[in-house]
Design a protein around this ligand. Structure first.
Ligand code: G6P
Length: 367
């Protein structure tokens, strides 16, 4: 009913708008006096010194947060991180033992492949930690440690606020591990904690400009294909942007590492093809813009996404959406918001069944 949707037309947009609160609820209780405090887990500094490798395992959007998580955890903890799709993990005989920490990510806590991957990791003697939204779910109950995302119930099949909260927990966990291992300089640690605390407000400020994206969608919802490009965490984020768009709007889309375009995908770019270029990282901005020039030269129409100080993007892109500045590794938390809004309005203009897209389920309990 309309009341359940808080006056919004769909659960998806309601849940998009709830993200500042959901992320604050997930982060704030775990930051005390400038430190990340994870009272909910038993993992000690001793345990962590004994961990040689981290494996992140998940499906769908949860897997995509894991792809961002690899960049974050490796940077802050200097431990090698692998990311696996849960449906592939058990079938490639992954190298697991008591020196491996397996991080399982799942909104529902019931995804069959993800649960099977957790059980497999345990049989191999790995230490397991899950990041789960549904309290008391199978994955939460069966892992050695669990960190809950406090997103609240998520009804729309396409995840939004759970994705944001999973990312939030990955940031907390990377800071926590890095702190215990002594791999993060004190000033860097302080900056991360301070920035994490203001991410919800920055997300709120992005949501206040959602009409700009709505306008762009109203002009482009006829697109047959959309290509998302980015580098580093921007690339990791485009995986989610592309999935979100195709799952609810049924528009074919692909996410490509910007530098990889010229090894194949660029052959698909023709006059009018829509490209979404995510270029939030200053240090890779020029590199991504050179890829934008390559697609523009083949006739692409480009939506650029960057931070407020990169106004020079207007020389390269046809339409630009700006997000606030933050630390590089935290940028996906902000940049995902316009991509969610973009998918929502593209699907809305096409008249799709946004909260219940065809052929998809919220929780997949078959392997
Ligand atoms: C389904 C949902 C996706 C979700 C995936 C993993 O395919 O439609 O939105 O990302 O399952 O679900 P989980 O509950 O394990 O996060």
């Amino acid at each position: 009913s309309a009341a359940e949707k808080g006056g919004y037309e769909h659960f998806m947009i309601k849940e998009i708008m709830e993200q500042p609160k959901a992320l604050a609820d997930t982060l704030k209780p775990r930051i005390q006096d400038g430190r990340v405090v994870l009272d909910d887990i038993k993992l000690t500094a001793e345990d962590l010194k004994d961990i040689h490798k981290i494996d992140i395992v998940a499906c769908g959007s949860a897997y995509h947060t894991g792809v961002v998580g690899k960049y974050v955890i490796e940077e802050l903890t200097r431990k090698p991180v692998e990311v696996d799709l849960a449906s592939e993990f058990r079938y490639r005989s992954p190298i697991l033992d008591q020196h491996t920490l397996v991080i399982i990510i799942s909104q529902s806590g019931e995804t069959a492949d993800t649960l099977a991957a957790l059980r497999y990791a345990k049989t191999q003697g790995a230490r397991t930690l899950s990041i789960v939204n549904v309290v008391g779910s199978s994955i939460a109950n069966q892992s050695d440690d669990v960190l809950y995302t406090w997103a609240g119930p998520e009804i729309a099949v396409a995840t939004t606020k759970a994705y944001s909260c999973q990312l939030g927990v990955l940031y907390l966990l990377a800071l926590y591990i890095g702190d215990l291992l002594g791999t993060i300089p004190a000033d860097v640690y302080r900056d991360y904690v301070a920035e994490l605390l203001i991410l919800p407000d920055k997300i709120q400020s992005i949501l206040e400009h959602k009409e700009d994206i709505q306008y762009f969608a109203s002009r482009n919802f006829g697109a047959k294909d959309v290509f998302f490009i980015g580098r580093n965490v921007d690339y990791a984020l485009t995986l989610e942007g592309s999935l979100k768009l195709k799952e609810i709007s049924y528009i074919h889309s692909e996410a490509y590492a910007a530098g990889e375009l010229k090894h194949g995908t660029i052959s698909l770019i023709e006059d009018g093809t829509l490209v979404v270029a995510v270029a939030t990282l200053d240090r890779l901005f020029d590199k991504t813009m050179s890829n934008v020039k390559e697609v523009k030269a083949r006739g692409a129409y480009v939506l650029g996404l960057t931070t407020e100080n990169n106004r020079k993007i207007e020389q390269s892109c046809d339409f630009v959406f700006y997000i606030p500045e933050t630390l590089d590794l935290l940028l996906p938390s902000l940049a995902v918001i316009p991509l969610q809004i973009f998918s929502y309005y593209m699907a809305l203009m096409k008249g799709c069944d946004i909260d219940k897209p065809r052929n998809l389920a919220k929780s997949v309990t078959v392997e």
